[in-house]
Design a protein around this ligand. Structure first.
Ligand SMILES: Nc1ncnc2c1ncn2[C@@H]1O[C@H](COP(=O)(O)OP(=O)(O)OP(=O)(O)O)[C@@H](O)[C@H]1O
Ligand SMILES: O=c1ccn([C@@H]2O[C@H](COP(=O)(O)O)[C@@H](O)[C@H]2O)c(=O)[nH]1
Length: 239
């Protein structure tokens, strides 16, 4: 396999890890995702991963039920840490070295994230799995993915999710929505297209970090996507 990318940041949707369920982790689905990541790592691409937490807890939902928002977001970030441990372990079971990092300090669970340590691990051939989002409430793991991609000097953010790209409206709600092959940061922000939050797109725009949105269950797999196959939307500066 030949990839145009040396180092990628993959955002793995927490919600997608639940497979056909609405909560938790579906083991066969976790293994499938881990297998695709291991294949890419074996081909020599350095892989950093940020995991979401929608399969466990979203702060907004907790706050709506009366929990204060900061506490609810801490609960959400802990949920992403559970996913990070599960995914890192699943990658290791595929025979590829993987190391989890946490944005919050929890020394008996994982090393605390620093860009320096994560970069060293990438250069040593580890797939690094970054849990805990940005470590701050009121943010999302999409923003964390963009931030970490910039910090780690990745070539691209790949947002692996349940839908196969950016649409004119939420395709889960509007069957007439149409998919873009590519779209600029300015258009995705001004049209308020919610596949990622505005903060994530704005941060990506400021550092000209390209984002590719694709479905984690695309038949082409992650390798295929990096080779230009599969369905996706490219978000970036006009090219
Ligand atoms: N214009 C749009 N184009 C594509 N998807 C959209 C759009 N607007 C909203 N969405 C929704 O955004 C979802 C992806 O973002 P979301 O943050 O909900 O999930 P995720 O990042 O995959 O999961 P998690 O937060 O658990 O990591 C899609 O499943 C889709 O339903
Ligand atoms: O930087 C961050 C990242 C996440 N959170 C909280 O975690 C949940 C789950 O993350 P998703 O991006 O929705 O998958 C999120 O709803 C927040 O509550 C956070 O506070 N800060």
């Amino acid at each position: 396999m030949s990839s145009a990318y040396k180092r990628i940041l993959l955002k793995v949707s927490g919600e997608a890890l639940a497979g056909d369920n609405s909560f938790g982790i579906e083991p066969p689905y976790l293994q499938r995702v881990a297998g695709q990541i291991a294949d890419v790592a074996r081909s020599g691409v350095q892989v950093a991963i940020v995991v979401g937490g929608g399969n466990i807890f979203r702060g907004m939902a907790g706050a709506a039920d009366g929990t204060d928002r900061v506490t609810a977001d801490l609960m959400g970030m802990l949920g992403t840490m559970i996913n990070a441990l599960a995914l890192s372990n699943a990658i290791t079971r595929q025979g590829v070295k993987s190391k989890p990092f946490s944005a919050a300090t929890m020394p008996s669970v994982a090393d605390t994230f620093t860009a320096r340590d994560a970069k060293l691990a990438l250069e040593e051939g580890f797939v690094v799995v970054l849990g805990g989002g940005t470590g701050n409430p009121f943010f999302t793991t999409d923003t964390a993915a963009t931030l970490r991609a910039i910090e780690l000097e990745c070539d691209v953010v790949l947002k692996g999710t349940k839908v196969d790209g950016v649409y004119s409206a939420d395709p889960m709600k509007d069957p007439t929505a149409t998919r873009y092959d590519q779209i600029s940061y300015d258009d995705v922000i001004s049209q308020n297209l919610k596949v990622m939050d505005t903060a994530a797109f704005a941060l990506a725009r400021d550092s000209a970090m390209p984002i590719i949105v694709y479905a984690l269950d695309d038949k082409a797999g992650l390798n295929g996507l990096l080779e230009g196959r599969g369905r996706s939307t490219w978000v970036g500066n006009p090219r």
